[in-house]
Design a protein around this ligand. Structure first.
Ligand SMILES: [Zn+2]
Length: 417
């Protein structure tokens, strides 16, 4: 089982937009750009909404059949660990092993010593194609990296072997993620993390490091885009080098957990992928549900009423809704419209405040972030919301497709800047 050069992780909270999402990939295919869809959903999302991994599988299978998609596709158990992986085993064929919580937890002393000894040949200067100056690796640094990451890598091994024993080797794809942590991993750290994954015998298809800068949910990148670009380039170089050095799967690639919509780093990513002729897995478009809400607002009538109701409820429960996402949102509460403001809005005003178009003066990233983390509210509204999604599908589906195709696929995988 292999992942193609380009793949996209598309989240879909309410499992209604599989076809509209796939339509974006079909458009890309018509332009000769092959991208594999991966429907990802985390345990956290399933829990908040009340869906099950089997629902995502059903959505993916149905979308693929309905659209006549003949290419590969996957269902990703996103950010799983040993305590919740079992419920994903039957429905998923892509597993994102989240070991971020184990970073900085110490491995057994003997294991650390063995790891350092095994990889001590890299102490000194390491020349890597694509990185101007050789990496300088000191013994102390290798020790620090082992102390910080070896235990997490071993945990990835444990989860991997658990899945392997249930599904059989070669019957699923593995991603290792370390993105949900405060400190970005340097290219040198990633090099030794990859060494550790190889030692554990994990045939990783993708690795998701934490990159420099802030990746807030549903809004643009916050940070130094030039610094990101340099780091991304070095990461790609390190991955290519590590594949050869450690005998990892030769199509191993980076996975960017974007938190959706990191538009200002799309151009440097695009440029760097071309420079290295590298592949990429991009997790994005968890904002599909925001496109649903934009569609509901644009439809007017009952649709707009539901959209407003969701915002007003979100506002009144802001602390509760933001809590699980505290580290990945930055909401300036003073810039949030009041319930009275929103009551006066028409279709266009609601849609343009929510839609991620930075050139539009109505666009409000605070409003957008709050609604993005508020998907518990429509889940509670239940059938009235879900029925409206079906009723207004004609307005919603084009928004979903256009968002993925125009704002994500084109700048990342197609346009040359
Ligand atoms: Zn992630």
């Amino acid at each position: 089982m292999k992942l193609s050069k380009f793949s996209i992780g598309i989240g879909d909270r309410f499992t209604k937009q599989g076809k509209a999402q796939l339509a974006a990939l079909i458009k890309a295919k018509q332009q000769s750009v092959e991208i594999t869809p991966v429907w990802n959903k985390s345990h956290r999302e399933h829990t908040i909404i009340g869906t099950k991994p089997a629902d995502t599988r059903k959505e993916a299978d149905e979308a693929v059949t309905a659209c006549g998609w003949y290419g590969p596709y996957f269902v990703d158990a996103d950010h799983i660990g040993l305590k919740n992986v079992d419920m994903f085993i039957d429905s998923s064929d892509f597993f994102t092993l989240d070991v971020a919580d184990f970073i900085c937890k110490p491995a057994v002393e003997g294991d650390i010593e063995y790891f350092i000894k095994k990889h001590s040949s890299y102490i000194g200067k390491v020349k890597i194609a694509g990185i101007e100056r050789p990496l300088k690796i000191e013994r102390q640094q290798l020790q620090a990296i082992a102390a910080k990451f070896l235990y997490a890598v071993q945990q990835a091994g444990k989860i991997y072997r658990h899945i392997e024993s249930a599904k059989g080797a070669g019957n699923f794809l593995t991603e290792v993620s370390m993105d949900e942590t405060d400190q970005p991993q340097t290219p040198v750290e990633m090099f030794f993390i990859l060494a550790g994954l190889a030692d554990e015998g994990i045939p990783a298809a993708t690795i998701a490091p934490k990159f420099t800068g802030r990746f807030n949910k549903g809004v643009d990148y916050v940070g130094d885009a030039a610094k990101f670009a340099k780091e991304f380039e070095e990461d790609l170089a390190v991955v290519a080098f590590a594949v050869k050095e450690f005998g990892l799967p030769k199509d191993l690639k980076l996975s960017v957990h974007s938190g959706s919509d990191k538009f200002s780093i799309y151009a440097p990513i695009n440029k760097t992928l071309k420079k290295f002729n590298a592949g990429l897995h991009l997790k994005t478009a968890g904002t599909t549900w925001l496109e649903e809400l934009i569609g509901l607002a644009m439809a007017g009538g009952e649709g707009l009423k539901i959209a407003k109701e969701i915002y007003v409820k979100s506002l009144s429960r802001i602390d509760e809704l933001c809590q699980p996402y505290a580290t990945v949102i930055d909401i300036d509460r003073s810039k949030l419209p009041t319930a009275a403001d929103v009551a006066k809005w028409d279709e266009q005003r609601f849609a343009s405040t929510l839609r991620h178009d930075q050139s539009c003066k109505n666009y409000n990233p605070n409003f957008r972030q709050l609604i993005h983390v508020a998907y518990k509210i429509p889940a509670e509204i239940g059938s009235r919301f879900l029925d409206a999604l079906v009723k207004y599908e004609d307005v919603i589906a084009p928004n979903v497709t256009e968002n993925i195709y125009e704002r994500h696929i084109k700048p990342i995988f197609m346009m040359v800047k």
